[in-house]
Design a protein around this ligand. Structure first.
Ligand code: AMP
Length: 396
């Protein structure tokens, strides 16, 4: 893997695909700058070498050509603020005017191209559009892990026009190395904690992990489909009838492979889907009719924490309950603490996926786990064992 750290960019222009798809409010101000911050180390390295930078990204979902609210000009102020720079606005991402701007860049200067998705060709992975974008750089750098699962013009196809002159950005490299550490280079015992609403969205990950893990901790809404597969009754809890058989076959498969599946023995249930609903604890396989499972119970928390403390590798994706409701957030919270304490005892821990990351951030625990993935969909596909076009393009 070649990263920007392996290249001296002195006197060179680096065209960097970043993921600056940040949320904006009605005044078109950035409400969460995490993604911009994540790309700063790569930009700073290239500038420190004496190189210049051309930044390209998508922003939102423009339908039909340029629209002010999707212009990357809106976020330039934030990049300036974070970098202490004064970025030059491209005004477009292809065309003679913007080519001239990138050709004229001096060492230390940064050009921000406008939204790639103002052109339909971007998402279609159009080769000639990629070739036009490629004119902006001597080197191609991809630091947009969040879009690495897409074979778009700027995320994958463009790499063909740079032969050897391409590199992983530092964020992208960290993401891939952390996922590889967990999937291929892990110490044992390896525990995967999988939660979230549905079995259907996690089934491919679970199947891919069964060959690697020692323990599979299950929480969240998906636990009830497993409970039904074991012959339990789960009242009004979320279940996916179509996946009961899949859950059964996962349990059989796990058994054959010597993987221990941990299901919550007890569940904190509610009479309705609201924070203030009446609540009570039941065995997970005996939830009465008018009750729905909202969080794992205390017994499950303790059981899961013991397992985490003995683990040497931990992967967490998906909350243990409806953690958006404070009265049903305890399971998710305690599992986060369990992962932190496993990490303190020497485990390598990777947390990924919107809700688990949100939970870790809410609890200010991001610094206390080994790695927090920014990847979302890209990370999930990596965990499913898929080859990400954005990663393959840099390696090929
Ligand atoms: P996912 O995106 O699949 O990881 O699912 C995250 C969502 O699962 C969150 O919005 C949680 O509120 C939801 N969730 C977790 N546990 C339950 C549950 N027991 N019943 C319903 N939804 C749940």
């Amino acid at each position: 893997m070649i990263t920007v750290n392996d290249i001296n960019f002195s006197g060179k222009r680096a065209l960097i695909r970043v993921d600056f798809n940040v949320p904006l409010n009605d005044d078109l101000k950035v409400t969460d700058d995490t993604r911009i911050r994540a790309a700063l180390p790569t930009i700073k390295k290239i500038i420190a070498d004496g190189g210049s930078v051309v930044l390209m990204s998508h922003l939102g979902r423009p339908k039909d050509g340029p629209e002010n609210k999707f212009s990357l000009n809106n976020i330039a102020y934030k990049i300036n603020e974070l970098l202490g720079a004064d970025v030059i606005l491209g005004g477009d991402c292809i065309g003679e005017e913007v080519y001239k701007k990138s050709a004229d860049l001096k060492a230390g200067e940064i050009l921000l191209l406008d939204n790639l998705r103002f052109y339909k060709e971007e998402e279609k992975g159009d080769k000639s559009f990629a070739e036009k974008l490629a004119k902006h750089g001597d080197y191609y750098v991809n630091d947009a892990f969040g879009t690495a699962h897409r074979a778009h013009a700027s995320t994958a196809i463009i790499a063909d026009f740079f032969e050897e002159k391409k590199a992983f950005g530092l964020l992208m490299a960290n993401e891939v190395l952390s996922l590889e550490k967990v999937l291929s280079k892990h110490d044992k015992p390896f525990t995967a904690v999988i939660g979230g609403a549905k079995v259907s969205s996690k089934i491919s990950i679970i199947k891919h992990l069964l060959d690697k893990i020692d323990n599979l901790i299950i929480g969240g809404g998906m636990a009830y489909t497993f409970a039904v597969a074991e012959g339990g009754t789960v009242g009004n809890s979320l279940i996916e009838n179509d996946f009961v058989n899949e859950a059964k076959s996962i349990m059989e498969e796990a058994d054959k492979k010597g993987v221990r599946i941990l299901l919550p023995q007890d569940t904190l249930a509610a009479k309705s889907f609201s924070n203030d609903a009446e609540k009570a604890v039941f065995p997970t396989n005996e939830i009465p009719e008018e009750w729905m499972g909202m969080d794992i119970g205390e017994e499950a928390i303790n059981h899961y924490k013991l397992c985490l403390e003995e683990s040497k590798t931990i992967l967490w994706n998906g909350p243990m309950g409806v953690f958006e409701f404070s009265n049903f957030a305890e399971g998710t919270k305690q599992i986060a603490y369990g992962i932190v304490s496993g990490t303190e005892r020497g485990a390598y821990s990777l947390v990924g996926g919107g809700d688990s990351v949100a939970a870790v951030n809410q609890l200010n625990l991001a610094e206390h786990v080994s790695y927090v993935s920014t990847g979302g969909g890209a990370m999930l596909e990596y965990l499913e064992g898929k080859v990400l076009p954005g990663v393959a393009a840099l390696l090929g």
